[in-house]
Write a protein that binds this ligand. Sequence first.
Ligand SMILES: [Zn+2]
Length: 226
Amino acid sequence: MAPSRALIFLGPPGAGKGTQAKLAAQKYGLAHLSTGDMFRDAIRRGTPLGKKVQPILASGALVPDELVMGMVEERLTQSDCARGFIFDGFPRTLPQAAQLDALLDAKGYGNPLVIEFCVSPEKLLRRLAGRWSCPLCGTIYNEFNAPPKIAGVCDRDGAALAQRPDDRFEVVKDRLAAYERQTLPLSDYYRRRGVLEVIDAGQAVEEVGRQLDSVLRCADGADGRL
Ligand SMILES: [Zn+2]
């Protein structure tokens, strides 16, 4: 069997990297890893790290890097990671990226393959700030891509549609700006290391999936992994 592969998906909220990570994980038999899931799982199982992380999360503070890295190291020993894994939304900072590199090296994975899902800010704003949902049946609409027949009204039951506070225009703009500040240095870091591949994630899900497949196949051809 091919040696296992470490993949990292970078991309702003609304770029669809979570969806692609889930699809690729199924297709290639990889584990789909997010630090949020790891924290919740460790807390549920009552592990020593879980006990340390719980009060920090409850207070709304950021979890210190050494705890995050401890959690990641522990997670990689689980059996579903044997063929490889996709980090979705991790690392978030340069120190985390450097520590992850050291960890992957120490575990014999070598360089990760980093895939950045790029979408223009205008498109992201439309995707994220255009979202409305029905409080009765839960149907999600998008005023740009999937509008209801009558603006502000659910097609199925006529209820008035509502917008989550997170999906309001100004809030979305702030979230995207925060993402850029935090993550641009990361893509620079991985580009300089020569392990970054960029995907145009402004397309439909199927098309983005095709681009991802071809990047993964190329990587396969280059070094016989995956
Ligand atoms: Zn409805």
